[in-house]
Ligand binder design. Structure first.
Ligand code: EPZ
Length: 418
């Protein structure tokens, strides 16, 4: 398995272009199963997860071509009605295939996603809403076996008991073909959800958003349309935090800064300087950190859970008793033991980490555990003296397009080792 070797200490100093959003690409590519026809989706990041999803769609019978960040997709019919465990266990996001496929076809079988490094990843919110839409659901041999006798799904008036990105996306997609008007309340409103809605409206769906309430007027069919994926705000936030932690500076191109409004307000309080260079292009720099003693992850527009691990690295050498509270996932601190191998002073108290600064960190052999936690190991390596080796870097390849090339462009001494 490939490893990363990073020589520290290092500073982020350079320019990078943000890729398309992984978490907008996945639901949008999946939503194309709602209709026959073809479309071209641009600015799709070339990642393990997007390539993997494309293999799932091809396995189901879609014709998909992916080249130079452009996906050309042709969905005449979904010939296979099963999403196998081998696929689903490797990418939990595939559960959002269920809504659109059961809206278009009378039956579908998909493996239960199972747990992962950051939590149980339950799907009760997805299944409860689909049952209300008239889908019969059976759990059998580790699979969700879904079927319906009704010609079209029922439109529903439904309030999610908990805010869920995936469940919101799944049910919006199902509702686009339902018989009538669906009103969904307590929805997730991340930019990635909004980008899915923008694509579905281009395909002819009538959707309106009012705070966390989303109204969808169901139709008999949709017409696939071309679309350009939004930039990846989590990729951008990860590089901004890397520049802050190493007191460097980074110009970020192709970045919709409004997608990180809340986090950037916090970063500015901590000493981040921002200069607008051009449309969607900003220079970020930081030469001293003013620690904040408590930051909590929240649903959008709050501080994103996907930046929690990277944020911890800011406090490894700054501030005392800085607290970061994880409110979204029940087990999203699996990167903490790896960070401690660099000599970090971090204690875990239920879903809160407490970080005390240390004078020095030293390079170590560490293991990537999940996508975002793995990026925090790269930042910690840049704060450390000596060489760091990071194993299982396939986690990084899932969500950060060309991260090693982009970091090299910013002056980092990093190389992949077979
Ligand atoms: C999406 O995951 C993202 N993934 C995650 O990014 C992100 O961390 C998460 O939203 C929260 O923002 C994609 O978009 C592909 P949720 P999702 O449903 O949809 C609980 C990354 O690094 N829950 O919003 O799976 C769940 O356990 C990934 O790019 C239920 O209890 O997240 C969690 O505690 C990691 N029942 C909370 O809700 C359900 O039926 C939020 O999960 C569904 C979720």
């Amino acid at each position: 398995m490939q490893e990363l070797v990073i020589k520290g200490p290092g500073k982020i100093n350079g320019t990078i272009e943000i890729s398309g959003s992984k978490n907008a690409s996945l639901p949008i590519l999946i939503s194309t199963v709602l209709s026959k026809g073809s479309c071209v989706i641009g600015n799709v990041p070339n990642l393990r997860d997007t390539k993997f999803l494309i293999s799932i769609l091809s396995n189901l019978g879609c014709k998909v071509n992916f080249k130079n960040n452009v996906v050309a997709i042709h969905n005449s019919t979904i010939s296979k009605k099963v999403a196998d465990y081998d696929y689903v266990r490797q990418m939990r996001a595939s559960i959002v295939l269920l809504g659109p496929i059961i809206a278009r076809y009378p039956s579908f079988k998909i493996a239960l996603p199972g747990g992962c490094a950051i939590g149980t990843r339950s799907i009760d919110l997805h299944l409860d809403a689909l049952k209300k839409m008239g889908v019969q659901i059976k759990i059998l041999n580790g699979y969700v076996v879904a079927s319906r006798k009704i010609k079209r799904l029922n439109a529903i008036n439904h309030r999610f008991s908990k805010i869920s990105v995936g469940a919101t996306q799944n049910i919006i997609m199902a509702a686009t073909l339902a018989n009538g008007i669906s009103i969904l309340k307590n929805c997730a409103i991340e930019p990635e959800v909004m980008d899915l809605i923008s694509f579905l409206m281009k395909c002819g769906s009538k959707i309106t958003v009012n705070q966390r309430t989303i109204k969808i007027i169901g139709s008999e069919n949709l017409n696939l349309s071309n679309h350009e994926i939004i930039p990846d705000r989590i990729e951008a936030g990860s590089y901004i935090l890397a520049a802050m932690a190493t007191k460097g500076k980074i110009t970020i191109k192709n970045f919709l800064i409004e997608h990180l409004e809340e986090p950037i307000k916090i970063f500015k309080k901590m000493g981040l300087k921002i200069k607008k260079i051009d449309t969607n292009e900003y220079l970020f720099s930081c030469n001293a950190i003013k620690p904040i003693n408590l930051i909590q992850t929240k649903e959008y527009p709050g501080f994103p859970t996907d930046l929690q691990a990277q944020l911890i690295t800011i406090f490894l050498k700054n501030g005392n008793k800085s607290k970061i509270k994880e409110n979204i996932f029940e087990n999203r601190f699996i990167h903490v033991p790896e960070l401690k191998r660099f000599g970090a002073d971090i204690t875990l108290n239920s879903n809160t980490v407490i970080v005390n600064k240390v004078k020095e960190l030293n390079g170590a052999e560490v293991m990537a555990t999940d996508l975002r936690g793995s990026f925090s190991l790269i930042i910690a390596a840049l704060l450390s003296k000596g060489e760091t080796t990071i194993s299982r870097i396939y986690h990084l390849d899932r969500g950060y397009e060309d991260f090693d090339l982009k970091l090299k462009q910013c002056g980092v001494n990093i190389k992949r080792k077979k």
